[in-house]
Design a protein around this ligand. Structure first.
Ligand code: FEO
Length: 172
């Protein structure tokens, strides 16, 4: 059984994962309007992954006798300055998510809720990958430096990549 404190903290994380999904979805849609189909596809997939993170938390809360609440979300931005700006925002956002996950882990230890602590380890590992991926992509974009031909190839590179593949490829 979850304590009200942990249930509340997990529901806050549900909201954060849901808003991450909406945020990346807005980025994906904007990229598609710019003809950046590879970037768009990457971001649509990323938005789906965030929704999965939200659902995984919701199901855990419900299984443990709590109630995973569907959050009210603020509308994300409609437009973005550039592809580089998008990935800078993703990195910043993922650093925030990591810090919230770390806070959650700390609350679990204080409350001696080792079951939830164990469940959260998946998110701890996922955050390492998410931050690393955003950094690798940003490094690539910095190398390109706004050059159009480079951006075209970058866009093509991102097309059709999934999860771990994305991480492996961008590490090259
Ligand atoms: Fe679910 Fe990207 O944090």
């Amino acid at each position: 059984m979850l304590s009200p404190k942990i249930e509340n903290a997990l529901n806050q994380q549900i909201e954060l994962e849901g808003s991450s999904s909406q945020y990346y979805l807005a980025m994906a849609s904007w990229a598609e309007t710019q003809g950046l189909n590879g970037v768009a596809q990457f971001l649509f997939t990323h938005a789906d992954e965030e929704r999965m993170h939200m659902l995984k938390l919701m199901k855990f809360v419900n299984e443990r006798g709590g109630h995973g609440v569907v959050p009210t979300l603020k509308a994300p931005p409609k437009t973005f300055k550039s592809v580089q700006a998008i990935f800078e925002q993703i990195l910043k956002h993922e650093i925030l998510v990591s810090s919230e996950i770390n806070n959650l882990v700390e609350i679990c230890l204080k409350e001696r809720d080792y079951t939830t602590h164990n469940f959260l380890q998946w998110y701890v590992s996922e955050q390492i990958e998410e931050e690393a991926l955003a950094r690798r992509i940003l490094d690539k974009l910095k190398l390109i430096g706004g050059e159009r031909g480079g951006l075209y190839l970058f866009d093509r590179d991102l097309e059709g990549m999934t999860g771990t593949e994305k991480a492996a490829d961008t590490a090259k």
